[in-house]
Design a protein around this ligand. Structure first.
Ligand code: ADP
Ligand code: MG
Length: 865
């Protein structure tokens, strides 16, 4: 079929006029219609790219980008890299003559962050948009921003096989949507009659058997969907080993294959062909001649793993919508059949649709990319679908912890970090952050690789990064025998659980993942096998960025420093040696896993943090994959987050003020200890005063007489305002106590401190003299006797005296040169008040005669006049 006959050409004139009219367009047409290969050519041929501009076609998959470029170059009769080129993570075939450039998602976003006006780009095409990759979402938002600001001439096209266009249409408005139904033939769906457990009957064997069965009834090529490279190679082996299928050619198809192997898979053959592919063949690529699809129903999917705080690729069940797309591959050129390797009942339980990545991935990497483009307020970025605010906060917190972003002013950053608060939205990218951006991996690993380069240990760090990606291959809770065998083969370990894991992986790798050898040490051979390609991938990325990936002797401490660089947000301090309890940065607590080998280190970093429900329903935070850390490294690697502070505290045991030195990493107090330093006297006095005011230290000299003195001062201020005496308030009392305490450190010394000298200082010499004159402590009466005066906060001063002391005295008393009347409290011989009066003359005449008889009878030995 000539490309001109493809269904998409029905839309050609509509596409051209819509792009001209709005500069925006949504195209929806089934897989195989010709969207990816033809639309870029239409743009070029109709002059929509201007004289020399290029169209950038965004592809979610590297394999698709390369094969599409190759195909389009062939159709246009040009050499790959000439008019038509591609650019993917580790490879690029472009030149300055290139007009149609297929790229993977990260490439475009990075180009936007380096050149915000996208010079030389006339159109951007977002292909396979229904997959809703995070980078696709973000790049589209950025493209719209660019179109609305500096580049109104930029053309934006969004294409997909299936699309819930409603929300997208509103987002892109004003924008037209063009739909083509395409042409397809019916596909019969078959399910397995009963559930198969792939742990017992391997998925590749089941798939090969289904191929054999279908081959007897159906002509044409077959397409088998498997989740990843390993399952694909096992399936190819099974098919090639089958007698019933010996007349077929069978090819693997996935992104890790060399280009010529990829080309072989899509080429045409005279004999029947079986292609075993990842979901790249689901909608990105069309393989001609397929009439039967065998679908494992599985795919490797990226998802945020809260245990490790990274995105991981795990094998998961695809959604019903994906399964329908896969089935559709069988009906391109003739009626077809699709065998699903699961039951119809199970099918009903599958999710109808995949969640968009923005809802299921860690956002750290894109947030960093946005900040690199100067978009600091990421919450208000024009997201097509807003991410969970918590996910954004978590991403910013992690980036701050990695040192990739920070507030513009270092001091405000510092304060917030000490409080353990997530940095606010206005943080910007740092120099470290910019360097990290060069590595197309999760920021944790970018940070680790940077640290590794500094320390000459890129290789082991790349391996560690690979080890944290997949699922754990070292089985837990193994028998005694296995435990012993492990110790024999792997040795003891006290520095990092990673080192044990690395040795276990080398062991498995050397044994070529032999099931027998792996079982002996409790190693999940298949999981261990997946580490190798990831390791290679990290090495390639590192090498591409100019890091030294050579084999060399490395210090264990250097490798451990790199773990710290990547996981500083998982730093934990053991609370005591007797238990496994730990305290972590960001106010968390947890328990170190029993099976960790790192039981002696007081400081560690846990690469995995998981929450497990305890027996009583409580949530326990479990720390595993631990690495011992030494404190000086914290300051070395994160100088802004490590602080030594001094402080002064009142030690309740020693009952004295002591100096303390505290060392903190962010909000985690690493150690607080008493130092020999002299406490500053003013701080010591303040702390002792607090103790005195709380009643925990008693000032012996602060007695009733002192209280009377204070009352006298206060009454003097009240009665004789012209003397300008300041009254002593409660706050002033604290100041006075502080002055008493000044110069002392211990409760004992404070207790015996004299008080009056400090109090006297409250008044001037003149005021002091006036105080004793105006408000004397004692009053000399007409009979020569001196009696004590009592001052209270209310009412007049009171003179108390026994009746016998008052004989011969008459009239009223005053103090303060006659201005303050005094009340007289008349006491019985037992010192009990019997009468209060302000005029004695009156007392002798009125009251005294009435009580005299009674009193003289009761106290006969006293004189009764
Ligand atoms: P769409 O993007 O709508 O799914 P494509 O533009 O990818 O469609 O493909 C349109 C048609 O071009 C396919 O049906 C197929 O016939 C042909 N084609 C595309 N790529 C290749 C290739 N690498 N080799 C052979 N034919 C191809
Ligand atoms: Mg396509």
């Amino acid at each position: 079929m000539s490309p001109r006959e493809l269904p998409i050409y029905e839309l050609e004139s509509a596409v051209v006029s819509a792009v001209r009219a709005h500069g925006r367009l949504i195209v929806q047409a089934p897989t195989g219609s010709g969207k990816s290969t033809q639309i870029p050519q239409m743009l070029l041929q109709h002059g929509l790219l201007g004289e020399r501009g290029e169209v950038v076609v965004l592809q979610p998959r590297r394999l698709a980008a390369r094969l599409l470029a190759k195909r389009v170059a062939e159709e246009m009769g040009s050499r790959l890299g000439d008019t038509v080129g591609y650019q993917i993570r580790l490879e690029s075939r472009v030149s300055d003559r290139t007009r149609i450039r297929f790229v993977t998602e990260g490439i475009l976003l990075r180009q936007m962050s380096f050149d915000a006006s996208l010079r030389g780009v006339s159109a951007v095409v977002f292909d396979e948009f229904h997959e809703r990759h995070l980078y696709g979402d973000i790049s589209l938002a950025r493209a719209l921003q660019i179109q609305q600001s500096t580049r109104p001439d930029l053309k934006i096209l969004v294409m997909s096989a299936t699309l819930d266009a409603g929300a997208l249409q509103t987002y892109l408005a004003p924008c037209e949507t063009l739909v083509s139904q395409g042409r397809s033939f019916p596909v019969r769906i078959e399910y397995l009659p009963k559930t198969v457990n792939f742990d017992h009957d391997a998925v590749w064997d089941v798939a090969a058997r289904e191929c054999e069965r279908i081959a007897t009834t159906q002509a044409g090529d077959m397409l088998v969907f498997m989740p990843g490279a390993y399952e694909i190679s096992r399936t190819v082996q099974a098919i090639q080993g089958s007698r019933a299928l010996r007349d077929c050619v069978c090819f693997p198809l996935h992104g890790e294959l060399p280009p010529d192997a990829q080309d072989r898979a899509v080429a045409r053959y005279d004999t029947r062909k079986i292609i075993v592919s990842t979901n790249v063949a689901e909608t990105s690529l069309t393989i001609e001649g397929v009439t039967a699809v065998i679908d494992s129903g599985l795919a490797r999917m990226a998802r945020f793993d809260p245990h490790r705080g990274i995105n991981t690729l795990l094998i998961e069940k695809i959604s019903a919508a994906s399964a329908d797309q896969r089935a559709g591959r069988a009906g391109r050129t003739a009626p077809g059949v699709c065998v699903r390797l699961w039951t119809e009942r199970e099918h009903a339980q599958r999710a109808p649709q995949e969640l968009p990545e923005v809802k299921r991935l860690d956002l750290a990497e894109v947030v960093l990319t946005l900040k690199a483009s100067g978009i600091d307020d990421v919450a208000n970025f024009p997201w097509l679908e807003k991410p969970d605010p918590k996910a954004l906060e978590r991403a910013e917190m992690l980036l701050a912890d990695l040192g990739a972003i920070g507030a513009a002013t270092p001091s405000s950053r510092q304060d917030r970090r000490d409080e353990g608060v997530a940095p606010p939205g206005e943080t910007s990218i740092t120099d470290v952050g910019r360097k990290m951006l060069r590595f197309p991996v999760h920021p944790r690993y970018a940070r680790m690789l940077l640290a590794a380069q500094e320390r000459g240990c890129v290789r082991p760090v790349a391996l560690m990064a690979a080890l944290t990606q997949g699922r754990s291959f070292l089985l837990r809770g193994v028998s005694r025998d296995v435990d012993d065998a492990r110790e024999d083969a792997l040795g003891e370990e006290h520095e990092s659980d990673f080192f044990l894991l690395m040795r276990a992986w080398s062991y498995a790798d050397r044994s070529n993942y032999s099931l027998e050898a792996c079982r002996r040490l409790g190693i999940h051979a298949q999981a261990a096998r997946q580490v190798g390609p990831l390791f290679q991938q990290f090495l390639e990325i590192a090498e591409k960025e100019g890091l030294d990936v050579g084999e060399r002797r490395v210090e264990s401490s250097d490798v451990r420093k790199c773990v710290l660089a990547g996981f500083s947000d998982h730093l934990a301090k053991r609370l005591d040696a007797g238990t496994l309890r730990c305290e972590l940065v960001h106010q968390r607590r947890g328990l170190l896993a029993r099976e960790s080998a790192i039981h002696k280190a007081p400081l560690l970093v846990a690469a995995e943090i998981s929450e497990v429900e305890g027996r009583g329903g409580e949530i326990n935070v479990l720390l595993s994959l631990a690495t011992a850390i030494e404190e000086p490294w914290l300051e070395e690697i994160f100088p802004d987050d490590y602080r030594q502070t001094r402080g002064v505290v009142y030690d309740e045991q020693a009952k004295r003020v002591v100096s303390r030195r505290e060392r903190r990493f962010r909000d985690l107090v690493l150690e607080a200890k008493v130092s020999g330093d002299e406490a500053p006297l003013n701080e010591a006095a303040a702390l002792l005063t607090k103790e005195v005011l709380a009643g925990r230290i008693k000032l012996e000299a602060w007695d009733e007489a002192v209280e009377q003195w204070i009352t006298r001062v206060n009454r003097m201020a009240e009665w004789f305002p012209e003397l300008e005496v300041n009254p002593i308030t409660d706050a002033d009392r604290a100041t006075l106590i502080e002055q008493v305490c000044y110069g002392e450190l211990s409760a004992r010394d404070v207790r015996d401190k004299p008080v009056m000298p400090v109090l006297r200082d409250w008044l001037t010499q003149e005021q002091l003299a006036v105080l004793d004159d105006y408000l004397p402590e004692r009053l000399t009466m007409a009979n020569g006797r001196r009696s004590k005066l009592r001052y209270e906060n209310d009412g007049p001063p009171i003179l108390s005296a026994r009746i016998q002391e008052l004989y011969g005295i008459n009239g009223k008393f005053t103090i303060g040169h006659g201005r303050v009347p005094v009340k007289i409290e008349v006491l019985a011989p037992n010192q009990r008040p019997i009468q209060v009066t302000d005029d004695l003359t009156n007392f002798w005449r009125e009251q005294y005669p009435k009580i005299k008889t009674e009193l003289s009878r009761r106290y006969p030995r006293h004189e009764w006049r």
